[in-house]
Design a protein around this ligand. Sequence first.
Ligand SMILES: C[S@@+](CC[C@H](N)C(=O)[O-])C[C@H]1O[C@@H](n2cnc3c(N)ncnc32)[C@H](O)[C@@H]1O
Length: 247
Amino acid sequence: MHFEPIGHLESCYPDKFGTPRQPGLVEHSLARLRINRKWQPEEALEGLAGFSHAWVIFVFHKNDNARYHAKVHPPRLQGESIGVFATRSPHRPNPIGLSLVKIHKVENGAVILAGVDMVDGTPVLDLKPYLPDIESQPEARTGWTGSVPRTDIEIEWGEERLRDLQNWSVDLQKPSLQGFAPTSFDELRQLVEGTLALDPRPLVYRGYESQRESKYRKTHAVRFLNGDVHFEFVTDSKIRILEIKRG
Ligand SMILES: C[S@@+](CC[C@H](N)C(=O)[O-])C[C@H]1O[C@@H](n2cnc3c(N)ncnc32)[C@H](O)[C@@H]1O
């Protein structure tokens, strides 16, 4: 078997850390897929704009652990393990990902996708329209994922950080980023808040927020486009933004 990517994603998430664990969780997380010339992008994309959603089939090219484990530890299982084929783990016999995303725009041989859970540079193997009449399954059972509680996380900015965010949103209107960067302060704020509110921390870091002496760090940084957002968990349901470093 030989597969060749149809293109590579330019995503608002440069790093794995912070990238949502599933698609559709952060509305303003955008990525651009430019279809390679060889596949005749303009022709190949004809008709796609009539669909609201598409399946993206891609390669987990940034997997760093090559060892195979038949049972894995999904973050939502709070330390327990389960069979790899009952999960969406990136670590599987063939490192292939599948995400259902929104089609934001189709233009100039490229597709802008919204609600992504893929990092920048991800090789895409295929793109297929989502067919709700056939694929939507309202009666579907949710297996072990159904019973997992979610915490609402509040984000505290402070005036200065909001000013930094405002300046950053202006800086993001560079031509090179146009198409997949937030186009306003509100969109950028929703991207950052929506992403951090998913709690990107690995499990071992959780639960130590109120302890002064802890071997686990309480400050973290998630990279969005060209900026790092540094933050800390004040409690397990409250994040304080500490700094925005751009460049
Ligand atoms: C749990 S996977 C789910 C992906 C897809 N929705 C699926 O079910 O196959 C999503 C996570 O994979 C990681 N990831 C995204 N793109 C990647 C890439 N190109 N290489 C390696 N890991 C990636 C990120 O950490 C992200 O949070």
